[in-house]
Each structure stands twice: as C-alpha cells, then as structure tokens.
Ligand binder design. Structure first.
Ligand SMILES: Cc1cc2nc3c(=O)[nH]c(=O)nc-3n(C[C@H](O)[C@H](O)[C@H](O)COP(=O)(O)O)c2cc1C
Length: 319
C-alpha cells in the first residue's frame, strides 16, 4: 500500500468517525431535552415531567389520557378473576394524585380484595350489589377537619370526588371496570360503611369504588350535548367544529342522541343495581383501553378564546 492510498483510507475512517460522533451527540442532546424522565411516557412529553419513580404510565392506552377519559363507564358486572395488588396500588396512587383545595389532601383510603369484606359492603348498601362479584374495592374516606372549610364550604367533598374519579380512570387505564358507589351524604350508608370498616367518627366514608375485570364489552354512554355549552355568556350557542361522530347515513338525525331510558334514581342520583342474574341493562360493561369507543371528542375542538371566555364556575356551596 502506497502512502497516497493509506492517506485516502485514513481520511475515510476519520470522516466516518466524525459523522457517527455527530449523529450520536445530536441524538443524546435531543433525548436529554425532549425525552421525559419516565421511559413509559410518550415522546411528546407533557409540559410537566413526571419523576420516573412516581410514574405509573404504561400498559395499553395508558398514556392517552383523553382515550381513557372517554373510555370510562360504570361497570357493574365482573369476571371471576382477581385484581392484583399492583393494580390496586396504581389506583390508590392515582387517587392521591388528584387536586385538593389548599392542597390539604383530607382523605384516607380503605382498600380490600377480601371477599368477606366486599360481601359485607354489598349487603349494607342496596346500590352496591356489584361488590359481590368485584375483585377489589377502594373506599374513599374524607377527613372533614383536615379539609379546607369555613367560607370555602366543605371542600373535602370535592377533594374526595376528585380522588374517586382518578381511581375510576386508573381502573379504566388498566383494562379494569369500576363503578362509583355513593356513600356520603346518605346517613345510613355512611353509618353502615363506618361500622363495617371501623372508621373513626371524625372521618366520613365518601364513596366506594367497586372494581373488577369487566364481563362483556361495555360501551361508554354518549353524554356529549353541545346545547349544554355556551360561548362567552349564557344562552349563546357554542359551535363545536366536530359536533359528533355522526355516521354518514345518519347525517339528518338529531345531533344529540336521545337519552337512554334512565333507571329510577334515588335522591342522590344513584341508580339501583339489577340483581346479578338479571339481563344486562342498557348499562355497558367493559372497556378496551387501546381502542375505546369515543362518541365525540370535544376537548381538542374548543377554540382558545372561547375557552378563556367560559363563564366562571359557581362558588361551591355547603354540602
Ligand atoms: C356521586 C355518584 C354516586 C353514584 N352512586 C352509584 C351507586 O350507588 N350505585 C351505582 O350502581 N352507580 C352509582 N353511580 C354511577 C352512576 O350511576 C353513573 O356514573 C351514571 O349512570 C353515568 O354512567 P357512566 O358512569 O357509565 O357514565 C354513582 C355516580 C356518582 C357520580
């Protein structure tokens, strides 16, 4: 090999090394700047990064918050299949990630997969029969003295509601089915749950989330009603850019689906649960997180100006 040939090879090798180093350096820098700390989170990291130690994202569809929100539905029929402790922990952590007034976190949770305990809770509540076939139950317990009170009202109620909803969403994200069983403010239900779980007097059982593997394939109800949304002030219609996921052959049909026949609700808005052997009601049963049935997706269609002009929420009132 003559000197010129050697020089050519050397230049080639050095060029190759330079190109590879540049590419690697660029990849590392872009990964550092845009990749979330949590490897399970999507490439397009949210503005707020979740420390990897606290991130429970993962599993099919779990990263798509809107899909999970729209996939959630009350599920009251479950397979005879256990709910794992890991799943329960994820739901508890999701519950405690909810917002609370003044960041007081005035809540406690009683979680159980104990058949006998869930049976007792089912028997103590005429609207909680589904607990008989549940694989797990999480009781959200409020602590009124720890919550924001006074002029602000009894904020612990909203705090516990937010936690309950987060638990429902975490169940959905894991492919589980769940339903919110209302306890507070129905005094006999509060007393019954307090008694069964030995909850002290200064704490108030707020809700029970009944959880299990869905029996069948439940479909979320379409509750999107554009006529309930106003633009800027009460009475001015808000025009959604995508009113509904209307099939082409139903274009002339009313934009809003007729409400499903509602089962008789009691004074708290809860509906009675059909006996386990009854034919499934219009109520859906299960959820497939990766491909939820999403009847309408209003969230990404709301113009920013209208969102900012949305009327202020009424001040919370005493419960
Ligand atoms: C405060 C509250 C209390 C509820 N209590 C019960 C209950 O005791 N039993 C029940 O089967 N469902 C109960 N539900 C579930 C509702 O019936 C259900 O959310 C409603 O029918 C709408 O259906 P969806 O959850 O599938 O959208 C409750 C829901 C809320 C928000």
């Amino acid at each position: 090999m003559n000197a010129k040939r050697f020089q050519q090879i050397l230049i080639g090798v050095l060029s190759f090394v330079a190109v590879v180093s540049t590419v690697l350096l660029f990849q590392t820098r872009s990964a550092m700047s845009s990749k979330p700390e949590c490897p399970a989170c999507p490439e397009q990291a949210p503005a707020v990064q979740i420390p990897a130690s606290r991130c429970d994202a993962g599993g099919p569809g779990a990263n798509d918050a809107l899909a999970v929100i729209h996939a959630r539905t009350s599920v009251r029929a479950y397979k005879d299949q256990p709910v794992s402790l890991d799943q329960v922990e994820k739901m508890l952590k999701a519950g405690m990630a909810a917002p609370t007034a003044g960041n007081r976190q005035p809540w406690y949770f009683v979680a159980t997969t104990d058949r006998a305990v869930m049976d007792k809770l089912a028997e103590a509540n005429e609207h909680g029969a589904m607990l008989k076939s549940a694989g797990a139950a999480i009781v959200v317990v409020g602590s009124p003295p720890e919550g924001l009170r006074g002029e602000s009202g009894e904020m612990w109620v909203q705090d516990c509601a937010a936690a309950t909803q987060n638990i429902l969403l975490a169940a959905t994200a894991q492919g589980l089915g769940a339903v919110w069983i209302g306890i507070h403010p129905v005094t006999d239900r509060v007393a019954a749950v307090r008694n069964i779980l030995e909850i002290p007097q200064d704490k108030t059982p707020f809700s029970i989330v009944s959880i299990g593997w869905p029996e069948g394939t439940p479909t979320p109800k379409d509750k999107f009603k554009p006529e309930k949304v106003f633009n800027g002030k009460w009475g001015t219609a808000f025009e959604f850019s995508k009113p509904a996921a209307t099939p082409p052959d139903a274009i002339d049909a009313p934009a809003v689906q007729a409400p499903e026949p509602a089962p008789a609700a009691d004074e708290t808005g809860t509906v009675p649960v059909p006996p386990p052997d009854a034919a499934p009601a219009a109520e859906p049963a299960a959820v497939k997180p990766p491909a939820p049935v999403i009847p309408g997706l209003p969230a990404d269609t709301m113009p920013r100006a209208a969102a900012e002009a949305a009327p202020e929420q009424p001040a919370p009132t005493q419960n």
